[in-house]
Design a protein around this ligand. Structure first.
Ligand code: SF4
Length: 255
């Protein structure tokens, strides 16, 4: 895409949703960090369901450490990988108390030094809690960047590096939210909803998905041809046995 097209791409996403944010619910930077760690390979909705009652009691790393791993495990048992995640959340809460005075650090290096915190989690926290212009690349962002031609690359790190380079102001702060939401609700993994996409003319993905009413339905002729092809296959299957038998060595004379 050209620089002008990239600007237009984000301008339209921004137009449709001027104040995008994460769908994870939290009341402070610490709760956001915990929610993002818990959201790995899980939906935001499932994390919110588990965290809503949890976050009413747990607002700081000290509260979490006092709660303990077993109780935390029980509170998040509806989320995938809850055993490992409970261990990590207790360990990262202890590390925040021991090394950062109970506060969530504001640098990528410090965040990534915490148990269970990778580059993507650090990027989300830096962006959402501290307003940094970071580009967290999850599965939705990766797909949208590749499909559209916005930032095509083979790995999430390469996509992130490209986004760093090409996303213009004033869209840098919210770009990753727009891309996530666009991938989650419009440019879906199985069937992108191109017919209602605001960037359809800028996107290089082909073929575009037509509206539901215009998608090809099996016509009578096509159905009939499919049925006869199935019949031929079935016939072929039953017919293959005698053919195989014919190839076997036959006795040449009566015993
Ligand atoms: S046109 Fe289709 S493939 Fe392209 S961004 Fe929109 S939904 Fe995704």
């Amino acid at each position: 895409m050209t620089r002008q097209q990239i600007f237009e791409f984000f301008r339209r996403l921004a137009d449709a949703n001027p104040s995008p944010t994460t769908e994870l619910q939290s009341g402070n930077a610490y709760q956001l960090l915990v929610a993002v760690v818990l959201s790995a390979q899980a939906t935001d909705a499932s994390v919110n369901i588990a965290c809503r009652p949890l976050f009413q009691r747990i607002k700081t790393p000290r509260h979490m450490v006092d709660l303990g791993e077993e109780s935390l495990r029980d509170a998040i048992k509806t989320i995938g990988l809850f055993n490992t995640k409970a261990k990590n959340v207790i360990a990262l809460s202890q590390a925040l108390i021991d090394e950062f005075g109970g506060e969530v650090p504001r640098t990528r290096e410090a965040l990534q030094s915490l148990p269970g915190v990778g580059r993507k989690t650090a990027n989300v926290v830096l962006n959402t809690a501290f307003g940094e212009e970071t580009f967290a690349v999850d599965t939705h962002v990766f797909r949208v960047c590749n499909r559209t031609g916005l930032a095509p690359a083979k790995t999430v790190d390469e996509v992130e590096a490209k986004l760093e380079k090409i996303v213009p102001q004033p869209f840098r702060r919210d770009a990753h939210h727009w891309l996530i939401l666009h991938g989650r609700y419009t440019c879906k993994a199985r069937l992108p909803e191109c017919w209602r996409c605001p960037v359809i003319d800028l996107c290089r993905y082909k073929p575009k998905t037509p509206p539901p009413g215009e998608r090809a339905r099996p016509t009578a002729a096509r159905s009939a041809s499919r049925a006869s092809s199935k019949a031929r296959t079935a016939k072929g299957r039953t017919a293959s046995k005698p053919r195989a038998n014919r190839n076997r060595a036959r006795p040449t004379r009566l015993p």
